[in-house]
Design a protein around this ligand. Structure first.
Ligand code: UD1
Length: 347
């Protein structure tokens, strides 16, 4: 029996881990133990995802959130080390690029426990982003690197990482496929917000690079408010953005702010939108999964194929007149299964 310690802490990690956790549960030779670092802690950022996506209750809840990046990451490193000491896992499984990811990867590497990284190899080539630092460090200390795209494999190769690298596809695509079948029965979000399909846009903003400078935040909101003159723009608000907006007293024009949504409601909202405006990595791709054009509120993107295929553009670039085409990088909805098979065969 192989013991796998999954460490998650933020909203997008719950979604990705849901796919893999379900695949792990089909194997009698694998046992998953879940640690929730506590990085995201509001019910609508955390608990509702566990309920809705049927993720097992974490065995360890560390309740670590807030504070400076170093403080948060340091406290996580310390606590995860204790958990690894108790559980003695055969593998530590981490997702994405957050402080929870890098803390868990470091704790494992220092205790000589192999690390598997889901969503390995993504790069924005902007080291001022905390996520970029987290990704680079995590990739360089991981033994199994599961890449969502070919560009991610190539990024790793350029950094000299070739062993243990597999292009498995995107676990978020697995989840989108699963959700698409459920949203019709389970989501009433369009009725609740009185929206007609294809008549509105969805916007999200949460990254430090967008929220931390009042001028930048004001510029983003001015741009979004201009879009809201053309058609309704619905904006589920991340707690950090709500705080930053209050601090900077930004003008939101006709934007419609709502509380953060669960996964199925968000899927329904994006699926039926005419456009997506976002600084989130995950949402850029989800927009493509539903074939909704996206404008990314950043100057870089890790999901370069969405731009190359004409579905996405950076808001600082002129309109993308590339003819839209399909992207074959993200797999066939079986990325989680491939990850589990690779873990089994790496024993
Ligand atoms: C983190 C990740 C980011 C990821 C995002 C997903 C890092 C460096 N960043 O950013 O890569 O895209 O998660 O959403 O790890 N807060 C609440 N309630 C919550 C969650 C957060 O009030 O449930 C507050 C925090 O206390 C903090 C702020 O929001 O003041 C930012 O949270 P934090 O976890 O530091 O980073 P995110 O912006 O969520």
């Amino acid at each position: 029996m192989l013991a796998i310690l999954t460490v998650i802490g933020t909203r997008p990690q719950f979604i990705k881990a849901a796919a893999v956790s379900q695949a792990l549960r089909t194997r009698s030779n694998l046992r998953e133990i879940i640690v929730h670092t506590g990085q995201h802690f509001d019910d609508d950022m955390s608990r509702q995802f566990f309920d809705e996506l049927d993720i097992p209750t974490p065995t360890y809840s560390l309740d670590i959130h807030g504070g400076a990046h170093g403080e948060m990451t340091g406290r996580m490193l310390q606590e995860i080390e204790l958990v690894i000491g108790k559980v003695r896992p055969d593998l530590v499984l981490v997702y994405g690029d957050t402080n929870s990811t890098v803390a868990a990867a470091l704790a494992a590497a220092k205790m000589r426990v192999p690390v598997a990284h889901v969503e390995a190899g993504l790069r924005s080539f902007d080291r001022s982003m905390p996520e970029e630092v987290n990704r680079i460090v995590t990739d360089h200390i991981s033994g199994l690197l599961f890449c969502p795209t070919r560009a991610a494999v190539a990024n790793l190769r350029r950094e000299g990482i070739v062993a243990g690298v597999t292009h498995v596809g995107d676990v978020m695509y697995d989840m989108t496929q699963r959700a698409a079948a459920l949203v019709k029965q389970k989501s009433r979000i369009l009725e609740r917000l009185a929206l007609r399909p294809n008549s509105y846009a969805v916007a999200t903003v949460h990254r430090a690079e967008s929220t931390d400078e009042p001028d930048k935040l004001a510029r983003i909101f001015m741009w979004l408010a201009e879009r809201a003159v053309e058609r309704p723009v619905i904006m589920p608000l991340h707690p950090r953005t709500r705080l930053a907006m209050e601090r900077a007293a930004v003008n939101t024009g006709a934007l419609r702010m709502i509380d953060p949504l669960g996964y199925l409601d968000m899927t329904a909202l994006v699926q039926n939108a005419a456009a997506v405006y976002t600084d989130s990595g995950g949402l850029q791709k989800e927009a493509y999964f539903h074939r909704v054009p996206c404008i990314t509120l950043r100057t870089t993107t890790e999901w370069v194929e969405t731009v190359e295929a004409g579905w996405n553009r950076l808001w600082t670039e002129p309109p993308n007149d590339t003819p839209r085409r399909e992207i074959d990088d993200y797999g066939d909805g079986l990325a989680a299964l491939r990850i589990v098979e690779a873990i089994e065969s790496a024993r």
